[in-house]
Design a protein around this ligand. Structure first.
Ligand code: HEM
Length: 509
């Protein structure tokens, strides 16, 4: 028989035998029947969290499917999320990452690293520098300063004669806020000036970030092919070569940028890079590790932009909520000063708005994929070692068994019952929970609450003229993070006196 027939036929038989063996040996969660070799590729649609939610309606709150012979398990309710992230946290805290999406050759990159000595060290040094309560407090002036700078730019743009009364693309301003805030925490510098212009170093940083994004998107694509067929891709295209070249280019660029920063001599202990340099000997950190850690942290800046854009969209669609939040701000802050993070405790409704946005629009709706280090049982089903485990936090936030009027944006629900968002209540897990929970949870909550507070205190928000709020496109982009498919356009109308829009604190550009 022709070799070209024998090889695929043997592979098909082997994979089918492996599948049957697994099914007979283990009690796997139910799920759609896979095709030989390709598994359930055609059952999984691009907006995965919605697709998983639909599959859960048929197969139940725990189901499984196969992509490229790898077993994926999805859980969609609070009890099962607790089993994954608390009861079996220790067994399920590795990450699933594929060759195509690797940022470094050996996964030494914090976000995608397996749980082991390297990961524990990486998390510890990042926490020391950025995420422990003292550091979160120390970076407060940076956060407030950047929110004020964004408000000033919004004010200038919406009051200038060309733009007056016209809608603005809000994402542009949020990107400035988030990027400047995160580069100040990481490198101690901001790269976008008060006019919203990015300098050449900022552009270089963005281009590396885009490179990392392209690679992580490629991860999804490569993963769709069974390992036994991936080699075919390398025969039919220059994929492998391209991929290696991209990895090397990004790696070179990202290390060079860090080297330049260090050479400039302006790095102080008041940023992640400075702290890592100080801890270099003690924690045995080399140049590659220091550089990768910095980049992994900067990569987190997207989530802030996404969350605030969705929140503001909901406020546009719900003028009642907007008005009520403004009344709370006016009552507690008045119109002679601006809000600070110290005001949070007097603004319960504002905090409830932040929670309600995270319930309906978690920026990482499937968290990041976990991987089983050992065999475990979840919900009475076997989850063999090596399975990829997803928690559909988007589905948890819309579970009608937990929440009334699930699709309604009603922050009052969090005044009626105080629900934690930081990983202690398994009904609401926008930041995940357990060992792999988001290390920047407190920073995320503070920045989200503060930005929303400022946007509502300083401006009334209206949809573009002639646009009905029900017509706003609420669809999501596919991917690990869920940007709105169509960037939000909105008209800000200043509601305080002009002097309260000036960002007075000193900045380095
Ligand atoms: C609203 C804002 C944010 C949300 C909702 C969010 C959510 C999440 C989620 C769900 C995970 C995965 C948890 C898991 O897989 O179990 C995660 C991981 C992570 N996040 Fe965030 N995040 C936010 C902001 C940030 C920011 C601003 C940074 C950086 C400063 C950041 C850095 C990270 C890192 C490094 C990880 C990987 C942790 C690990 O693998 O152990 N996040 N985040």
């Amino acid at each position: 028989m022709d070799l070209f027939l024998i090889i695929p036929l043997s592979i098909t038989i082997l994979v089918a035998a492996h599948y049957l063996f697994q099914r007979l040996r283990f009690k796997l969660p139910p799920g759609p029947n896979p095709w030989p070799v390709i598994g359930n590729i055609y059952d999984i649609k691009p907006i995965q969290f919605r697709c998983f939610h639909e599959l859960a309606q048929t197969y139940g709150p725990i189901f499984s499917f196969t992509i490229a012979s790898e077993l994926n398990v999805v859980v969609s309710n609070a009890e099962l999320a607790k089993e994954v992230l608390k009861v079996h946290d220790q067994s399920l805290c590795n990450r699933h990452r594929s060759k195509g999406g690797r940022v470094t050759e050996d996964g030494v990159d914090f976000i995608w690293a397996d749980y082991g000595p390297y990961y524990v060290k990486a998390r510890k040094v990042c926490s020391l520098a950025l995420f422990n309560p003292k550091a979160v407090d120390a970076y407060r002036p940076n956060r407030e300063n950047e929110v004020n700078a964004m408000v000033e730019l919004l004010f200038n743009d919406c009051t200038d004669s060309v733009n007056k009364g016209k809608p603005l693309t809000i994402r542009r301003y949020l990107e400035m806020l988030s990027f400047n805030n995160i580069t100040r925490s990481t490198f101690g510098k901001r790269f976008i000036n008060s006019k919203g212009e990015i300098d050449s170093k900022g552009k270089e940083i963005k281009s590396v970030l885009n490179g990392l994004m392209v690679k992580s998107k490629r991860r999804d694509k490569v993963d769709e092919y069974p390992p036994c067929l991936r080699w075919l891709l390398t025969l039919t295209s220059n994929r492998k070569k391209d991929d290696q070249e991209t990895t090397m280019l990004i790696s070179h660029q990202k290390n060079q940028i860090i080297r330049d920063m260090v050479k400039d001599g302006a790095i102080t202990n008041q940023c992640l890079l400075g702290t890592l340099l100080t801890l270099k000997e003690e924690y045995d950190l080399n140049e590659e590790i220091i550089s990768t850690l910095c980049w992994m942290i900067i990569a987190g800046s997207d989530t802030i932009v996404i969350t605030i854009e969705w929140a503001l969209t909901e406020l546009l669609r719900n003028p009642r909520v907007q008005k009520k939040a403004q009344e709370e701000l006016d009552e507690n802050i008045g119109n002679e000063r601006i809000m600070t993070e110290e005001d949070f405790s007097n603004l319960p409704y504002l905090q409830a708005i932040a929670k309600e946005s995270l319930r309906l629009h978690p920026p990482t709706p499937l968290m990041l994929p976990h991987k089983a280090k050992t065999h475990v049982k979840i919900g009475g089903y076997d989850v063999p070692k090596g399975s990829i485990v997803h928690v559909n936090v988007w589905a948890l936030g819309r579970d009608p068994n937990i929440w009334d009027d699930v699709n309604e944006f009603r922050p009052e629900r969090f005044l009626e019952e105080d629900v934690d968002v930081k990983g202690h209540d398994f009904r609401l897990l926008p930041f995940g929970a357990g060992r792999r929970t988001c290390p920047a949870t407190q920073v995320g909550v503070n920045l989200l609450t503060s930005t929303l507070g400022h946007l509502l205190h300083h401006f009334d928000w209206k949809p573009p003229n002639g646009v009905n709020v029900d017509e706003i496109d609420m669809s999501e982009n596919p991917g690990v993070v869920t940007y709105m498919s169509t960037p939000l356009q909105a008209i800000p109308i200043p509601r305080l006196t002009a002097n309260l829009y000036k960002c007075l604190s000193s900045m380095n550009s």
